[in-house]
Design a protein around this ligand. Structure first.
Ligand code: HEC
Ligand code: HEC
Length: 448
């Protein structure tokens, strides 16, 4: 057991059966078989239309309509900090200056377009910034590569992206072969690419609800030593004694710190949480001119952005449409063992905001890290290289691709076929599906 994974207290997984969602609250280690009553083919699916509890709403992600006009006004500050570009200091707009000196983008919106997923540049990080690179080893460039800089200063590096090698071929029992192409990265200035961890901006769905899951629930879901012998060993990083839950590798434990980190690393905006600007790559102290007298964003600003993100709607699932295929897809999803990681039912803890408090939600994630095998792994020689947090699947259909941590999968089928490691058994199940079953599974995923 790598020491950085402090084994969580093991508690046997339990089945939480909650109200009418009982059908979907399948005991995680024992998915119900399709032959059983409620899940049989002819019974209409009891659809979890309320994916994000009280925050569920159809249409694009936006501030929940349940807020009063005064509350909406309160959140407009958070919205403007998120969507509008930051500028370099000094500037006339002092509440939105302090960009850089090193950064990846001018705004949160540039990567999380319309609060959704980032896009992958076709050739190089020079084009756009939806894909960023975190770094192993904490060398001179810190823990993230900044590909932009203020005038008169060099960015840390650029990454060239190619997508040419067939890394994996998957073959279905009926003979269908799918070739999967892996991205290849080359760092400018001849640096090694071994330390790179590419990360696509994920859609920001239900982050306030995920933030409101009790730490003890995550501890209970974890099974780092796979003591229940199901081949799946969910674990988490301990971040200041709390289980991590945000980011593709669960490296932040709470939403406000995740937001502060994004300001700091992605835009070069300092805050009380990360008071120092990212220094440019330069060994001489004299190269670094940092005004540490005031932070670029106030505590109230951080709260406003976290509050804004917490009260965004969660897309309503379309599980009642074309019910039969979707129902079949759901059966196949549970039968293949997908819900062992893509946990269907979570319940938020008590919270001062009623909209986030004690909500039964369906993110389709245990928020834990899993060994996803060599093909999805970062190339670094590090215990974290193969580990990825179960991607929440809510809103999958309304967001579109590309999928997975680096956007390598253009379709949902590719995303599934890339799964390996602890999920290899589930993929082997999928490879036995005929074309009708494949279509049903994909229809189900697209309806989420
Ligand atoms: C350069 C692109 C980029 C910018 C700009 C950016 N993000 Fe992100 N964001 C990402 C990536 C990539 C991740 C995943 C990070 C990881 O894996 O550690 C992420 C993760 C997050 C998460 C966690 C989501 C989850 O499900 O775990 C939140 C919340 C978030 N960003 C908010 C923000 C906010 C607020 C801003 C503006 C201050 C911002 N981001 C700016 C790329 C970006
Ligand atoms: C062992 C745990 C595990 C199992 C089992 C599992 N998944 Fe995943 N799933 C993950 C993780 C972790 C990721 C993120 C991997 C990455 O980005 O590299 C993921 C990502 C995905 C994505 C892409 C989501 C996105 O936003 O990019 C889809 C779709 C998906 N899984 C569907 C399935 C289906 C369908 C099954 C069953 C056949 C399944 N998964 C089984 C852990 C699992």
């Amino acid at each position: 057991m790598p020491s950085r994974f402090k084994a969580a207290d093991f508690l046997k997984r339990s089945c939480v059966i909650a109200g009418f969602i009982a059908v979907l609250s399948a005991c995680q280690s024992d998915p119900p078989s399709p032959e059983h009553g409620a899940l049989s083919r002819n019974t209409p699916i009891t659809a979890p239309q309320t994916m994000g509890g009280a925050l569920t709403a159809p249409g694009p992600i936006r501030l929940t309509p349940q807020l009063s006009p005064a509350e909406r006004l309160e959140h407009s500050l958070g919205a403007s900090f998120f969507h509008k570009p930051w500028v370099s200091a000094p500037s006339t707009t002092t509440d939105r200056d302090g960009l850089g000196p090193l950064f990846n983008a001018h705004s949160c919106e540039s990567c999380h377009r319309k609060l959704g997923r980032g896009s992958v540049p076709t050739r190089s990080t020079r084009e756009s910034s939806g894909l960023l690179f975190r770094l192993y080893g904490n060398g001179a460039m810190g823990s993230q590569l900044q590909t932009r800089s203020l005038p008169g200063m060099d960015a840390e590096a650029q990454i060239d992206i190619r997508r040419e090698n067939v890394a994996l071929v998957r073959e279905f029992s009926d003979g269908l072969r799918i070739e999967l192409f892996a991205p290849r990265y080359t760092v400018s200035e001849g640096q090694s690419d071994a330390s790179l961890s590419p990360r696509l901006a994920p859609p920001l769905i239900g982050v306030g609800l995920l933030n409101a899951i009790a730490d003890d629930d995550l501890r209970a879901y974890a099974d780092p030593d796979d003591r229940n012998g199901d081949g799946i060993s969910g674990r988490y990083l301990l971040i200041q004694q709390r289980p991590g839950r945000f980011g593709w590798k669960g490296e932040q434990a709470d939403l406000r710190t995740q937001v502060a980190k994004a300001f700091h690393e992605d835009i070069g905006i300092s805050s009380s949480v990360f008071p120092l600007d990212n220094p440019p790559h330069c060994e001489m102290p004299s190269c670094v001119t940092i005004d540490n007298k005031r932070t670029d964003i106030s505590n109230a600003g951080l709260d406003a952005v976290s509050g804004y993100l917490s009260l965004l709607t969660v897309p309503q699932a379309r599980l009642s449409e074309s019910a039969e295929d979707v129902q079949r897809g759901w059966n196949l999803f549970t039968r293949a063992g997908c819900s062992a990681c893509h946990r269907v039912n979570l319940t938020t803890t008590t919270h001062q905001r009623a909209l986030l408090s004690e909500q039964i939600i369906h993110p389709f994630s245990d928020l834990l890290l899993h060994d996803m095998g060599q093909h999805l792994a970062d190339s670094a020689d590090d215990p974290l290289a193969r580990e990825w947090r179960t991607a929440p699947l809510w809103g999958l259909g309304s967001n579109g691709g590309p999928y997975l941590h680096d956007g390598r999968a253009n379709t949902l089928l590719e995303a599934v076929l890339w799964h390996g490691g602890e999920a290899e058994a589930a993929v082997q199940q999928v490879l036995t599906f005929n074309s009708g079953e494949r279509a049903a599974l994909l229809e189900f995923l697209a309806a989420l």
